[in-house]
Design a protein around this ligand. Structure first.
Ligand code: IMP
Ligand code: MG
Length: 176
């Protein structure tokens, strides 16, 4: 099978949206320090672009969780491969995610972090595929709502490939 990628959101569209989100965050967290939590690996491109554009003081931390294998279906169980380095008690936390699909990964992640007593805990996602939701999750900031397609680029992968594409594209499999 050959893999083809069709552009869905250009680099410019994505970066304009990130600028908008950063402005909104800077207004909403005025006077506070925002603790940004990057969900590795998919969110890393979005995370750094967002963090650079936020004008309130920012601290950052990273965590790696997954419910996906090498394929395109969610396995449903949360696997914490790397936990945060810092304690989040009393911090204004924002989970930065690449995409919300079934919602399973993020709802479990949020529940786990909420138990650590942050001052606040919100979610910012670049992409949302609401049609695929299995677990309800309150998303506070959303870049783009997209249809039920498997997308790659801007951090998102298929079997670890395509993360470095500067745009977001739909992955299609075709017979060779
Ligand atoms: P959920 O638990 O089904 O919401 O899955 C969320 C995670 O699955 C995301 O953080 C991505 O890593 C991955 N994922 C979901 N949809 C896609 C997609 O269309 N392309 C690439 N990865 C995806
Ligand atoms: Mg992810």
């Amino acid at each position: 099978m050959k893999e083809l990628i069709h552009e869905m959101l250009s680099e410019k569209q994505v970066e304009e949206k990130i600028e908008e989100l950063a402005q909104q965050l800077s207004r909403d967290y005025e006077g506070k320090t925002l603790h940004l939590i990057c969900i590795l690996k998919g969110s890393v491109f979005f995370f750094t672009e967002l963090a650079k554009r936020v004008t309130v003081p920012v601290t950052i931390d990273f965590m790696a969780v997954s419910s996906y294998g090498d394929g395109t279906e969610s396995s449903g169980t949360l696997n914490v491969r790397k936990d945060l380095d810092e304690d989040i008690a009393g911090l204004e936390c924002l989970i930065v995610e690449d995409i919300i699909d079934s919602g399973n990964t993020l709802s479990r992640t949020k529940k786990m972090l909420a138990e650590r007593n942050p001052a606040s805990l919100k979610i910012c996602t670049l992409l949302d595929k609401p049609e695929r939701r299995e677990t309800q999750v309150d998303v506070d900031y959303t870049g783009f709502v997209i249809p039920d397609k498997f997308v790659v680029g801007y951090g998102l992968d298929y079997a670890q490939k395509y993360r470095n594409l500067p745009y977001i594209g739909v992955l299609e499999f075709v017979e060779e």
